[in-house]
Design a protein around this ligand. Structure first.
Ligand code: IVH
Length: 671
């Protein structure tokens, strides 16, 4: 090992920092009860990283700094499961549960026993081994006997402890998943960046755990719930309840929703109460698992080669309705991504009528073997977005053929090209009307140029009638042009022109985002604007230069350089420049107008998540704290702000709504 040898003080400081970080990781990721702000937490990690860089011998594999590092692997090594990872028998019916209960009682004649009832998490099963209290190995289930070594990927899951206070070797089993809020945020960001979206959190989780680069995995915010020990006997626990309580005490994330039931009736009552309640959870569950609680009883009941006889999964029947898939159409987005859409005979699902649903991508259609003419089950999940859940194979019409992705764009008839890296098909004709309309819609949207009065119908008309070929043409629209359009009165025309005029003042980073360059979402646009300063400079930049900017990767850099080099883009930028749209970053680069001010965020914002808003504030030098105190300068209160708002009012702290926040971000604090 090279580098400086640590002094005694450095060793002690590193140990204290690691302990503090582990403590706060547990508070934040496992108990959801943080004691310090994100920035304070980051400062601890930074300090430890600095110490470890100076004295590399301090950098142990279980150091909290080691969650994200690691080089990409060439492939996964196989891992043998000494205790096989079994599957679970499952059912949708109460009768089957009664039958299960009868068999259990038959197997335990005259014995008293209890059931342990817990949620069934909809994710990916994994095993995690600990030796000497340190996380030593992580594996997928594989075929149940042999899985893949995914140690580096599991290390990135912040709620999985890297060190616990238990010296005996043991192995926990659990489910890796992605929370619904993180899933939605990721999908929204992908849509914003012009990339295709993922069908559900489970597929995304499975895909993520298979990535060979742990640095990419670390960006995905996976979570885990532990639901068992590989070998309860060895660990000396008499009941599952006791084992779970112990693991929870060690700092493992164990879901708090678990129940001891004296008999089957109690099981059924609890199940019933979760039928609706599950939609309030911020992760997906597809049912509940009934387990005989006592370990000696479990051992007596034993297992088949596939599943234990002492447990069964009860799956909640989804709220869905059958209907006919009349066809699959393809929708072209602003970056040309072609998304397949299910055209359905209208059907009512939990109170609303559904006639279309996104099918996301070709893989999703193949996975579910969806064919035009099929009877399909349409469901609304916890996220309310309707989806085609499955096909009723018994009702498949004779001769139904698998759907083939069209080879030509349904709007402009140019060839659809399959993108090797991304499973997406794309229309590459930048003058495709569907893309033009999509780009204008994006340009005018709230987070971008915020042009009021420019709705979908109007955009369609403007493009169809040849008034607008790109977003630059919006600025040459005249009152006469607008008034001549169907359904446009003089007042709405004047309002639209005023709103276009106003948009010329929008800060540069939002203009850059509004251009709709693939991979350039709102956040990346800000990073680029701050680092590069103007469109002129960006036009001159090379891929190499751009990738040197923190947070700008190869895909972003390439996309920016390629797009800005295109003839049409140059023409468009000329129009914007002539119209007087802001193509430069105002003020000194790196200026921190909010330095020295402390903000607290509460409630729901409509345009950003709280984390995004906090990032924006920090970029401008603000401190973002978790709780309101006398040190707070501003409380940003979104919808449904509660106790923090009341406290701020009591302390006389300035309260900003979302518009107020936007103003402070753009213009700095009021003088
Ligand atoms: S116990 C020997 N408990 O469901 C029993 N499994 O269908 C092993 N799962 O592979 C499983 N939530 O990935 C258990 N609370 C829970 C679970 C759970 C989800 C998954 C697990 C397993 C699959 C079986």
């Amino acid at each position: 090992m090279t580098g400086k040898r640590p002094t005694k003080e450095q060793r002690e400081r590193a140990a204290a920092l690691a302990d503090a970080i582990r403590h706060h990781e547990r508070k934040y990721f496992v108990e959801a009860a943080p004691e310090i702000s994100d920035a304070e937490f980051d400062a601890l990690v930074k300090e430890l990283e600095a110490l470890e860089t100076e004295c590399p011998s301090l950098r142990t594999p279980d150091s909290p700094t080691q969650r994200v590092g690691g080089e990409p692997l060439a492939g996964f090594e196989p891992v043998r499961h000494d205790v096989p990872m079994l599957s679970l028998a499952n059912t949708y019916s109460e009768d089957d549960l009664r039958e299960f209960d009868r068999r259990v009682r038959e197997g335990l004649p005259g014995e008293e026993f209890r059931y342990h009832l817990e949620l069934k998490f909809d994710g990916v099963a994994v095993a995690a081994r600990y030796r000497d209290g340190v996380f030593a190995l992580g594996a997928t289930r594989g075929d149940g006997r042999t899985g893949d070594d995914i140690t580096a990927n599991l290390r990135t899951i912040r709620s999985l402890p890297m060190r616990v206070d238990e010296r005996r070797a043991f192995e926990v089993r659990g489910e890796v998943f992605m929370g619904l809020a993180d899933f939605r945020e990721l999908n929204a960001r992908r849509a914003e960046e012009g990339l295709e979206t993922y069908a559900n959190p489970r597929n995304l989780t499975a895909g993520t755990l298979k990535l060979l680069d742990p640095r990419l995995v670390a960006q995905r915010k996976l979570r885990i719930f532990i639901y068992g020990l590989a070998d309860m006997e060895a660990a000396g626990f008499a009941t599952h309840w006791e084992a779970m309580t112990f693991l929870s005490g060690l700092g493992f994330p164990v879901d708090a929703n678990r129940f001891l039931c004296p008999d089957l009736d109690a099981v059924l009552t609890t199940l019933e109460s979760w039928r609706e309640k599950r939609f309030g959870l911020e992760y997906e569950t597809d049912g509940m698992v009934v387990k005989v609680d006592s370990r000696p009883h479990q051992a007596r009941l034993g297992a088949t080669s596939k599943a234990p006889r002492w447990a069964i999964a009860f799956k909640f029947p989804a709220i869905g309705a059958p209907t006919r898939l009349t066809g699959i159409t393809v929708q072209i987005g602003r970056t040309g991504v072609a998304t397949p859409v299910a055209e359905l005979e209208p059907v009512t699902v939990s109170g609303s009528t559904v006639s279309r649903a996104t099918l996301h991508n070709l893989d999703e259609i193949r996975r579910k073997d969806i064919r035009p003419g099929d009877t399909v089950i349409v469901e609304k999940g916890g996220d309310v977005i309707p989806k085609v859940a499955s096909v009723v194979l018994d009702r498949r019409p004779k001769g139904a053929r698998p759907w083939r992705f069209p080879t030509r764009c349904p709007v402009c008839d140019s060839e659809l090209v399959r993108d090797e890296s991304e499973v997406a098909f794309r229309c590459e004709n930048v003058t495709c009307p569907a893309q033009i309309e999509g780009r204008i819609e994006h340009f005018a949207s709230r987070g971008a140029m915020d042009i009021e009065g420019l709705g979908t119908k109007l955009i369609e008309q403007l493009v169809r009638e040849g008034h607008v070929h790109d977003v630059g043409d919006l600025y040459s629209l005249s009152l006469d042009d607008l008034v001549a359009l169907e359904r446009m009165g003089e007042l709405s025309s004047r309002n639209l022109l005023a709103s276009l005029e106003k948009s010329k003042e929008i800060p540069f980073h939002r203009v850059l985002f509004a251009l709709g360059i693939r991979h350039v979402g709102a956040h990346v646009a800000r990073v680029l604007a701050e680092a590069v300063g103007s469109i002129r400079e960006l036009e001159r930049a090379t891929v190499e230069k751009l990738t040197m900017i923190h947070e700008v990767g190869e895909a972003v850099a390439r996309s920016v350089v390629d797009t800005l080099r295109r003839e049409e883009m140059r023409a468009l930028l000329d129009k914007l420049r002539r119209a007087g749209v802001n193509l430069e970053q105002a003020g000194e680069r790196g200026e921190k107008p909010l330095a020295g001010l402390t903000f607290v965020l509460t409630g729901t914002l409509s345009a950003w998540t709280r984390n995004q808003a906090a990032d924006r504030l920090r970029e401008r030098g603000a401190r973002v704290a978790v709780s309101v105190s006398r040190q707070t300068d501003y409380l940003v209160a979104g919808e449904a702000a509660g106790s923090k708002r009341r406290k701020a009012e009591r302390l006389g702290i300035t309260i900003l709504d979302e518009d107020g926040l936007r103003k402070v971000l753009e213009e700095g604090p009021p003088a």
